[in-house]
Design a protein around this ligand. Sequence first.
Ligand code: PEP
Length: 253
Amino acid sequence: MKKKLVAGNWKMNGSLASNEALLKEVRDALPLSCEGAVFCSAVYLPQVQGFLAGSAWSYGVQDVSCYAQGAYTGDLAVSMVREFGATMTLVGHSERRTYHGESSELVAKKAVAALEGGLTPVVCIGESLHEREQALTFDTIAAQLDPVIEKASPFLANQCWPLIFAYEPVWAIGTGRTATPEQAQEVHAFIRNRFATCLGVAVAAGVKILYGGSVKAENAKALFAQADVDGALVGGAALQAKEFIGILNATLG
Ligand code: PEP
């Protein structure tokens, strides 16, 4: 049985004091039914490492460079992140695609850089409201997914797909408007079928596909009950210990 993964994306939030309070509350709240991860701002990695290293939690950052090192002012190399015990990174979050103009090709390169450097990338994909209203959801998802499948396929080992996807409809991120469980399931099934076509049914079955977009304790259970929803990427609600723990506990069924 694949364990569900619940991951918190702190975005550009937090302080030493608020992180400490949050980490102290959530650290021991991870149920056995669930894997947990935290994506903090890079500057807080040593603090997060101090609280979570040696626990069942994973942690990482919200973006990495596609380059190993060099003259890339302001960027963060995978090897730097690894030095602080991180094992994961987000790539391609819609806020980076929108505010930093990141293309799906660049996102795929970042995913490969993460894999080469020993981090598990969580690749975020999702359609805008306009694309959904124009019936372009599946075209958009395919265009974001395919470069990653193509570039990451050489890393496939023992039928095991090396990275995680997060389906995050842009219209649901930070808006309080969650996709219905049926809408989420429809797109997750599309993603899994695309994997099955490219890489085979066995690989597709093992791929973790998270849902993200206004997940809260009250809607998590219905989302987790969907056949192809393997967990959640949580923004706002991951900053409130009670709400985040409620989402972790929703994996208990
Ligand atoms: C996110 O930032 O990945 C996210 C899903 O945010 P929120 O849960 O606040 O919608």
